[in-house]
Design a protein around this ligand. Structure first.
Ligand code: HEM
Length: 437
């Protein structure tokens, strides 16, 4: 397929870039005018973009052997031999080692920890204070991943690891390195080393048996499998980033959506108060994932020529499958641009692979069940025990390592009335809570 980008299309794409302050704008313009298969015409970087449920099936299932996950980019530099970016037998070996800690049967063990860490972060909020739910969600998601996967209660570690984590995320976020791979990147070496030292420290403590041993946790599985410290570090950093940055974005987007749709927010709080399991909460999470999938694009290198209905991509090229565009396909989704949680109320009616927030096929997200359970637990807990009042500022999606609501989601928070100063969880556990009023 020879694709000619007319001057008008170029101009429209540029206008969209300026208006939306994000490459998502031009991607939408290309999808509208060129279709489900196009090449991004940047100097020195001309990746192909495909989208739609048929392309997703090819990329994720039928033709996935023609594609490589491993690339030459900062993600690979950071994760090294992490499961997310290895191929073939090596990938399958890591994946088989990790299935048990992520098995849905494990999720109930994690619920208590998820609530505890959520409550820890929320207990620092003062009544009437305005907090940024992007930042607060990150704290919650970080503490949860550290405790559930590495049995590490990281509350006191946050000041030490906060900057290294943010720098790691910045390191892998799109930037000038896309056009100039070897561009000097300053200010990363030290924080990335600090993160490594922190993770190697956890591995060492566990090997020495200093840390309380939780045989069945993720770290325990990797150690028992006889992996080297280096490979374990690669899997830990992968899980730390892939497992918390995505949940951070999801939680923050849900707050953004609730802030912008007060009717849904009100109904949701009523339902969460009244029911053990709120169907609307599930729908809100699903719809947020549809409109703002934290991983909005899948990145591949083409190992063998791959053919789509609309064109071919030769071996050696870079290819993206766009989850964002697939989720907004107007031929599939009615009022595709609208936030409408009820569309998920009566089961899914769209074709397979048209809704892929967790990817699909054999390499679908290993944390899909975990991530959704976490979102349900954290949100139900917060909505039940706090009020959230959106301050009404503009929000736009930012393409970082994940798709994030920027400049954050500022909300006024206050703890809802608690009987006799004691917060009682469904599990029977109790917390004494201080009122900051
Ligand atoms: C809202 C939460 C999450 C979202 C939206 C999400 C999304 C995704 C997507 C789209 C993929 C496939 C990427 C591709 O095809 O290139 C993926 C893969 C992956 N995710 Fe998640 N994820 C989430 C949570 C998690 C969590 C909690 C963990 C771990 C604790 C995790 C670990 C992984 C790993 C290791 C892979 C690679 C799997 C493989 O290649 O075998 N994710 N995720």
């Amino acid at each position: 397929m020879k694709q000619k980008i007319s001057k008008e299309l170029g101009r429209e794409a540029l206008t969209a870039l300026l208006q939306t302050r994000s490459p998502l704008g031009p991607l939408k313009v290309m999808a509208k005018h060129v279709g489900r298969f196009f090449q991004i015409p940047l100097p020195g970087f001309r990746p192909y973009v495909v989208h739609g449920h048929e392309a997703a099936r090819k990329v994720l299932v039928t033709d996935r052997d023609k594609l490589l996950w491993r690339n030459t980019d900062p993600v690979t530099d950071l994760l090294q031999r992490g499961i997310l970016i290895t191929d073939g037998e090596e990938h399958d070996h890591y994946r088989s080692l990790m299935e048990t800690p992520f098995h849905p049967s494990q999720l109930t063990h994690y619920t208590e920890m998820m609530i505890r860490q959520t409550e820890h972060v929320a207990s620092a909020w003062k009544d009437g204070e305005t907090v940024d739910m992007l930042v607060e969600s990150r704290k919650i998601a970080l503490l949860i991943i550290m405790q559930t996967l590495f049995s590490r209660d990281a509350r006191n570690d946050i000041p030490q690891i906060w900057k290294p984590i943010l720098k790691s995320i910045e390191y892998i976020s799109p930037g000038a390195w896309i056009l100039w791979r070897k561009i000097p990147r300053f200010g990363f070496r030290q924080p990335l080393r600090e993160l490594d030292d922190y993770l190697f420290g956890i591995i060492e403590e566990r090997r020495k048996g200093k840390e309380e041993i939780k045989k069945g946790d993720f770290l325990g599985h990797l150690i028992d499998a006889g992996l080297s410290d280096r490979i374990i570090r690669d899997q830990m950093v992968t899980m730390l980033i892939a497992g918390h940055d995505t949940s951070t974005a999801l939680l923050a987007w849900v707050f953004a959506m609730l802030g912008q749709h007060p009717d849904v927010h009100k109904k949701l709080v009523e339902e969460v108060d009244a029911l053990e399991k709120s169907p609307l909460l599930d729908q809100v999470i699903k719809e947020s994932l549809r409109l703002y999938p934290p991983i909005h694009i899948g990145n591949r290198r083409v190992a063998e020529k791959i053919e789509f209905a609309e064109g071919k991509i030769p071996a050696g090229e870079r290819m993206f499958y766009s989850i964002y565009l697939t989720h907004r396909d107007p031929e599939i989704w009615e009022n595709a641009e609208q936030f409408c949680p009820e569309r998920f109320a009566h089961g899914r009616k769209t074709p397979p692979m048209s809704y892929i927030p967790f990817g699909g096929g054999p390499r679908a997200c290993i944390g899909a069940a975990f991530g959704q359970a976490e979102a349900r637990v954290v949100l139900a807990h917060l909505l039940k025990h706090f009020t959230f009042e959106f301050t009404g500022h503009p929000i736009h999606p930012h393409m970082g390592a994940t798709l994030e609501p920027r400049p954050g989601v500022r909300m006024r928070v206050a703890r809802r009335a608690v009987e006799g100063g004691t917060l009682r969880l469904r599990s029977g556990q109790e917390w004494k809570v201080e009122s900051h009023q």
